[in-house]
Design a protein around this ligand. Sequence first.
Ligand SMILES: *Cc1c(COP(=O)(O)O)cnc(C)c1O
Length: 379
Amino acid sequence: MNISKLEQPIYVTRPLMPSYDLYTEKLKDIWSSKWLSNQGPQHIELEDKLKAYLDVDHLSLFNNGTTALTVAIQALRLQGEVITTPFSFPATTHALTWNGITPVFCDIDPHTMTIDPTKIEGLITSKTSAILGVHVYGIPCHVEEIERIADRHGLKVIYDGAHSFGAMIDDKPIGSFGDITMFSFHPTKLFHTSEGGALVCADENLKQRIDLLKNFGIKNETEVIMPGINGKMNEMSALMGLCVLDIVDGERDRRAQLRQLYLEGLANIPGVSVVAVQDNVINSQQYMVIRINEDEFGQSRDQTYDNLKSYNILARKYFFPLISDYPCYNQLPTAAADRLENSTVISNQVLCLPFYGELKDSDIEVICQVIKSKRSCYE
Ligand SMILES: *Cc1c(COP(=O)(O)O)cnc(C)c1O
């Protein structure tokens, strides 16, 4: 193999950038209106367009996904304990903690890597108020089983859908499951607003409560009716979202092509498997994830990560470590590794590979060659 260290790093992702001229042209409207935040025209237009795009009843924009999730928990008046997955980004569990709720970690299904519904009921106590699942890498949770369990025990359901923008289960939009779904519009996400997020729900009263909570609880000029927070999206971010929304389908199509190239390049390597969504699911194309089985591949995930890094290819170990292993959570009774066997094994196997539309076909070839070679640049 005669690949040498790349001069420019290949990152795991790059934000989707709209045309600078288009953005700045539209920015003039914001400048002349002097309306920079608080439900301005860009905000209204983006909410409408996203509601249609995601095919949901109600959508509220936020300044980021973490605030949105924190507000979702408030909006549903959750308390006590919430059953969740340790295999996610820190924000999922932190949003519970910021609401004074004790996270209860549930192990994941070894195939989908989402919360294992067969292990949820054993964790329910008199204090449990909800289930918080994550459609990790855009792979939907076992939504029907979770709904049945929630109905049986009178629990609410929230989904962290940060990775699942545009995903569908059969012909149902991903945001139509559970009481509330959160989306993140951070630049690392397929669709972004530079920073931003949203909550979607089907209940109109809930939407009203969410909108009050994200704006200090202000009902009108003389009435503040609940202790809200500032979760508002500004007009420059909303405009970014409108510009990115116009090009997001093209980006998703290109990523689907890249995924195909990865599948070909990584086929028939014992111990290396490409993570896929279920057959009846439309892929959000948020991440390109592989799992490395060290015994079969003869090399650990960490060694493969280091090899890629030596060539200046910057993959990421999402999600390692588990949230339950953070010092702020590892003393919880449900954080013990022997109760989270699948999560522990999988967080040591997964590797997110570079995945964004601007990558060249030849980049994918190089990345697959490096993985296959099991060597660093210096060997
Ligand atoms: C990105 C992400 C978040 C946080 O979203 P922000 O918009 O960055 O606050 C939450 N959960 C998951 C799973 C994420 O990937």
